[in-house]
Design a protein around this ligand. Structure first.
Ligand code: URP
Ligand code: ZN
Ligand code: ZN
Ligand code: ZN
Length: 468
């Protein structure tokens, strides 16, 4: 029995692009068949002629409802996952938080309580360790063994909030070497940044652009290099650098990978398109919309060009959003007169698939590489493959029909994220999400949303399947 047939489309995956009809039985993909050969079974038929049929996007870096910067990220699991679905993302991996002084298990339980029954698409968790000690090291084992959480984020930034020192980082990496987990690193030298921030504020430099100027690329490069060395000392435990934005940091990753090391990195759409001068440096307080860490980089340096290049060479394996939205009113405004109080984060969960398709149109990525960076590799990297990230028999029927002839115009007036502005306001890009299916359930068709809260399920992840 098939329940859905997606007919006449062009299936795209990392191993190639080909014409096929896709049959769905219940929640799973049943078969891929030569065009026109699928049996009529009375199920629903979608005409995908002239369109791409791709696996639903996997966004491996989101922060729904994250308490941060004296407030909380403005998307709930309900609103943020609806926005994800509108944009062709059918799985998110959010970061459960252990706050300093709290147990890892309590932090994780609180995250499950926020997400349970709320999500429109499937979700999994990474765990942020807000403190590395005997108890949290032990908890790492039980999260890997029992909770389907196989990756842990540590911070070289944000002293006093999420920061771990080098000794703590090394211990967590040694633990990961034992239990097979992936260490994800926010690689910026936080103590040095704090000195630069205090000096800037003392000089009266309070505008949003100083957020970027006090987090120079050199301090991302230095921290990235240090993390890579620490991972080497921990017997080459796998390391994944999050939200990489600087050419120098990319060079360090590339050098490690050329040496055959298990070092991986993601970048985010904001670093591919937006800049320190044009967005963060917008007049007055406007630039607060683009305060995020790592920060947007200078357009006078080759960061964005190098990041696109890194996506082609696989030195950057994944594109995630680091979705961490804050409204301008009352949230970003907490930093009026003091850039260091602007909550850090940009909201993009709805736009990642489209923004990266623009890279295909611009000749910067192949079609196959587009699908690989937004869906297949994040699924493999974080133990969701082949359930997610691929159009193949037996995989979850998470399918996006993508219209290359459509156009997407981004605006806060029309987006579905719970934000009063958009970091992408006025962006007009090629391509459009046409139909979105999650585990065989149609969430979006003909511009109408059929998703419902609670459809999305928690997914236990296996170990990373990704080696150099
Ligand atoms: O600015 C950002 N990236 N906010 C979210 C927290 C983080 O460091 O990923
Ligand atoms: Zn981070
Ligand atoms: Zn983040
Ligand atoms: Zn709001």
């Amino acid at each position: 029995m098939t329940t859905l047939l997606i007919k006449g489309g062009t299936v795209v995956g990392p191993s190639g692009t080909f014409a096929a009809d896709v049959l769905v039985d219940g929640e799973r993909i049943a078969a891929l068949m030569l065009p026109g050969t699928a049996p009529e079974t009375g199920g629903r038929v979608f005409d995908a002629a002239g369109k791409y049929v791709i696996p639903g996007g996997v966004d491996a870096h989101t922060h729904m409802e994250l308490p941060f910067g004296g407030t909380a990220a403005s998307d709930t699991f309900a609103t943020g996952t609806a926005a994800a679905a509108w944009g062709g993302t059918t799985t998110i991996i959010d970061f459960a938080v252990q706050r300093t002084g709290e147990s890892v298990q309590d932090g994780l339980a609180a995250w499950h309580a926020k997400a349970e029954g709320e999500c429109h698409v499937d979700y999994a968790f990474h765990q942020i360790l807000g403190g590395v000690d005997e108890a949290s090291l032990k908890a790492m084992d039980s999260l890997v063994a029992d909770e389907g959480i196989t990756s842990f984020k540590l911070f070289m930034a944000y002293p006093g909030v999420f920061y771990s020192d080098d000794g703590q980082i090394l211990r967590a990496m040694q633990k990961a070497r034992e239990n097979g987990a992936m260490i994800m690193m926010h690689a910026e030298n936080g103590p040095a940044i704090d000195v630069l921030v205090a000096q800037a504020l003392a000089r009266g430099e309070t505008d949003p652009i100083h957020h970027g100027l006090t987090r120079p690329a050199a301090l991302e490069t230095e921290a990235t290099s240090r993390a890579i060395y620490l991972a080497e000392v921990a017997r080459d435990t796998p390391l994944y650098i999050v939200h990489l934005s600087a050419s120098g940091a990319l060079e360090k990753v590339a050098e490690a990978r050329d040496a055959g090391r298990n070092v991986f990195a993601e970048t985010c759409p904001q670093y591919l398109y937006l800049t320190l001068e044009d967005q963060l440096g917008a007049p007055g307080f406007e630039g607060a919309k683009w305060v995020c860490s790592t920060p947007l980089r200078s357009k006078h340096e080759p960061h964005a060009r190098d990041l696109w290049q890194g996506l082609r060479t696989n030195d950057l394996a994944v594109v995630s959003t680091d979705h961490c939205p804050f409204c301008f009113k009352d949230q970003k405004e907490l930093g009026l007169g003091d850039f260091s109080r602007i909550p850090n984060g940009i909201g993009s969960v709805e736009h990642r698939v489209d923004l990266l398709y623009q890279g295909v149109v611009d000749g910067k990525l192949s079609l196959e590489r587009w699908v690989e960076t937004i869906a297949t590799t994040p699924a493999r990297m974080f133990g969701l493959y082949p359930r997610k990230g691929v159009i193949a028999p037996g995989s979850d029927a998470d399918i996006v029909v993508y219209d290359p002839d459509g156009r997407t115009r981004i605006s806060a007036e029309t987006h579905h994220m719970n934000m009063d502005h958009s970091a992408w306001e006025g962006f007009e890009i090629a391509g459009k999400v046409d139909t979105v299916i999650s585990r065989g359930t149609v969430l979006l068709e003909n511009g109408t949303f059929h998703g419902r809260r609670g459809h999305g399920r928690y997914v236990r992840r296996g170990l990373s399947q990704y080696l150099v």
